[in-house]
Design a protein. Structure first.
Lengths: 503, 281
């Protein structure tokens, strides 16, 4: 009953205010009626603002005077692609994420209409950071589904500003895509450039993990914990990739209006292979910073970057907090066409084998290298695991053993001496039995043998007291891999096993 | 499927619906009221409601007496019976003070809901004034915010719906989808612990005191608390910041005027639980 009484005066008030006016005026509560503009403002020319969808930007403002600008921005809740196979219900200004780009001039008096589509589930409003006034317009534009709000503001400060929905719970409204940029051009205009683009970063808190297919819901717990599966440019993974990439020609100067909608995550904005000639930090219009690699853009903030593209190629836009680029979607492309300039950037000139650096003899580093090598050699000697050397090294070491010991009888070419010492090169007897070869080296061999069809009857002395297991493995690996012989490497372990075997 | 039925079949269906309720022993309206058929009133036990936001003058907790709540929202069929009996609430006759230009805008005409408003779907595009008049015609009323929120706090299988993962999933899935062109039947939502359907996941619902949610003359005069729910300031004075759905309900209520209608806003009825008004069978 109490609430009913409270409503009655309201109903009567409504009656009074609407008498004589169109009864279609059913705007949200506390509408104050249209502002009475002073004659000087009323006299200004009226124009309708041109709004563009990302990544496009309305053309620069030519006029040199203020105007009364009418802006109509429609709020719609739409299902669209967030990534391949992934859909999301975006809440949008103008049907896109980010919302329509608005371009006005310093001093303009703006009549702003926020139209909430009848199919919307929720009330929405707009907080334009370009506005000086309560809520940045939010308190004047709180609009139920199927309603329209109007308010007026004057653009006092030039610069690039974020706008966003500020209805509770605001992280969800922004998290569903309700943000965009409004540029208030300074009276003197911005420096002339060849291309202007509009890019905004924002994150999405989906119930499913990155790439999980289907229509995804907003995940409140992930939003509160600031754990977004998606951090993207212009509202979707791949929105600026392939044939949707930004375009420029060699020699052109590009300006990017870059903003961060958030709701939570800041951006380390960077373009791979391109240095920003000028950055207007936080989109302030004081003196720009020159020659910047990466610029930090706060959530609910923006920046303007300008750069001349000197060489052709594909330049990648990233949030240089790189898991966001690599794993969450924060990637875009700028494709630059035109002639190469190989002095500025040659491309790959040479691909060659690199053998490692060699220190100058006698230098401190050379001494250290020698010491280190000795240390390593000592460790290898004492470490049987390391001592299991590769075949090539065994062949090399085995050759030294052979030349010191076996060479005298079996000869340098491995052919032995006919009638006296049997050949090793192509020896059917030797190659037939690897273990027998190890035993012969260890224990020696006395008596007749037939090698390659020829009989030999002489004696070979045992080497087990002369050669280590490793040396025997080395020399056998050598003779089994020289003069046309081929075979696996012998190992110390194999030799050791037979050395200790009962005979 | 029902949406594709021609108008004549639809009218027939309504007749059958009313006849069916008679067959089930529920008396058809004879006393000028339009008690809906196949709608049950559920006893919601007494409890307390903690307002989402409050000024220092407000009590931290509002005690809520046990009351009776309809187990589902009012349907197009029921609202059709109401406007049939009370011509002042027909679309062509209603005063703009009491219902805005989109009132019942998806109906074909005054007395024909048509294919976009299936008879068993919740009625939407109704103003607070109209919803209230409907309830009064049945000697009922709209639930208060405290009552509605108390009943809606229950999960499917537990009293604390906030910790019911199934309910939370369904609730946020519903929030993530645009309003369908044709709403589903009121019987489709899963009943909660009390047996009440559709408090979450079907349509928004009017409450009797919706206009106390945010901006009122009183609260603006109260310099100690700015109740504007804008941006981060929305959390000022809030006790529970993690129930986004509750914030959305509050935002919606506070965006409305009593003559407003939207495509996703309906209502249900409630009654005091007292010896003079025993629960319906």
């Amino acid at each position: 009953m109490r609430s009913y009484l409270r409503l009655l005066p309201f109903a009567f008030a409504s009656c009074v205010f609407t008498s004589g006016l169109s009864l279609a005026n059913e705007g949200p509560t506390d509408a104050k009626g249209k502002v009475v503009l002073p004659a000087a403002v009323s006299a200004l020319p009226i124009e309708q603002a041109v709004l563009t969808s990302p990544p496009h930007v309305p053309p620069p403002i030519e006029r040199k005077h203020a105007a009364r600008v009418v802006i109509n921005l429609e709020v719609t809740e739409v299902v669209a692609k967030l990534s391949d196979g992934v859909e999301y219900t975006f809440w949008t200004y103008g049907g896109t994420v980010p919302g329509s780009f608005i371009r006005i001039r310093e001093g303009d008096v703006v009549e702003f209409h926020l139209n909430n589509h009848p199919s919307s589930k929720l009330p929405h409003n707009i907080d334009l950071h370009a506005v000086n006034g309560s809520g940045g317009g939010a308190s004047s534009t709180f609009t139920a589904p199927g309603h329209s709000s109007q308010f007026t503001f004057q653009a006092l400060n030039p610069g690039l500003f974020v706008y966003h929905c500020a209805t509770a719970p605001v992280p969800m409204h922004i998290g569903n895509g309700m943000y965009g940029l409004i540029l208030v051009e300074p009276k003197e205009g911005l420096p002339v450039v060849d291309k202007e683009y509009y890019v905004m970063q924002g994150e999405f808190y989906t119930t499913g993990k990155y790439g999980e297919e289907g229509l995804q819901s907003f995940d409140m717990a992930k939003a509160i914990d600031e754990r977004p599966p998606y951090i993207v440019f212009n509202g979707a993974v791949g929105s600026l990739v392939g044939d949707k990439a930004l375009q420029a020609k060699v020699g052109e100067t590009v300006r990017i209006f870059f903003g961060v909608g958030g709701p939570n995550v800041t951006s380390s904005f960077h373009i791979i292979g391109e240095i920003f000639d000028r950055v207007y930090p936080e989109a302030g219009l004081g003196l720009p910073n020159a020659h910047v690699q990466t610029t930090l853009v706060p959530s609910g903030g923006a920046t303007m970057v300008e750069f001349k593209v000197d060489v052709p190629g594909t330049f990648i836009l990233v949030d240089h907090s790189l898991t966001r680029a690599f794993n969450k979607g924060a990637l875009g492309m700028l494709k630059v066409e035109g002639p190469e300039d190989r002095v500025i950037y040659s491309g790959k000139e040479i691909d060659a084998v690199y053998l490692g650096a060699q220190a100058q003899a006698g230098s401190d580093s050379a001494k250290r290298e020698t010491e280190l090598k000795a240390k390593i050699a000592a460790q290898i000697k004492t470490n049987p695991a390391i001592a299991e050397l590769t075949k090539e090294m065994r062949i090399e070491k085995g050759q030294q053993v052979y030349m010191g010991l076996c060479f005298a009888c079996h000869m340098g070419d491995g052919k032995g001496l006919p009638g006296a010492f049997p050949p090793l090169a192509g020896s059917d007897y030797m190659l037939a039995d690897r273990d027998r070869s190890i035993r012969i080296v260890l224990k020696g061999l006395v008596g007749p043998v037939t090698v390659n069809g020829k009989k030999f009857d002489s004696a070979m002395p045992p080497q087990e007291a002369v050669l280590t297991d490793a040396q025997i493995a080395d020399v056998l690996t050598y003779v089994y891999n020289t003069w046309g012989n081929t075979g696996d490497a012998f190992t110390s372990t194999q030799v050791k096993a037979l050395r200790n075997a009962p005979h | 499927m029902t949406a594709t039925l021609p108008r004549t079949l639809r009218a027939l269906a309504l007749c059958l619906l009313l006849a069916g309720s008679a067959a089930l022993g529920v008396p058809l309206p004879t006393d000028g009221t339009n008690r809906p058929s196949a709608l049950h009133e559920i006893v919601i036990p007494a409890g307390t409601y903690v307002p989402l936001q409050r000024s220092l003058k407000d009590a931290p907790q509002i005690p809520v007496a046990a009351f009776l709540l309809a187990d589902r929202p009012i349907t197009n069929a029921e609202f059709l019976a109401f406007v049939t009996a009370q011509p002042a609430w027909r679309r062509s006759r209603v005063s703009p003070l009491f219902a805005d230009a989109s009132y019942l805008g998806h109906w074909i005409d005054d007395l024909t809901p048509g294919p976009n408003a299936p008879l068993d779907a919740p009625v939407v595009r109704v103003s607070w004034f109209a919803a209230r008049a409907y309830a009064r015609s049945l000697s009922q009323r709209l639930p208060t915010t405290a009552e509605w929120e108390l009943a809606a706090a229950a999960g499917y299988t537990r009293p604390d719906g906030k910790n019911d993962p199934d309910l939370q999933r369904d609730l946020y899935a519903w929030l993530a989808r645009p309003v369908p062109a044709i709403l589903p039947s009121v019987t489709t939502p899963r009943p909660n612990l009390y047996g009440v359907r559709g408090l979450h996941g079907l349509v928004w619902e009017w409450v009797d005191d919706f206009n106390t949610a945010l901006v009122t003359g009183e609260s603006r005069a109260d310099a100690g608390l700015d109740r504007d729910l804008f941006c981060g300031a929305g959390a000022i004075g809030a006790k529970e910041m993690t129930d986004y759905a509750a914030f959305m309900r509050q935002a919606l209520r506070s965006s409305l005027q009593a003559n407003n209608t939207t495509t996703s806003l309906g209502f249900r009825c409630a009654r005091d639980l007292s010896p003079s008004a025993p629960p319906a069978p």
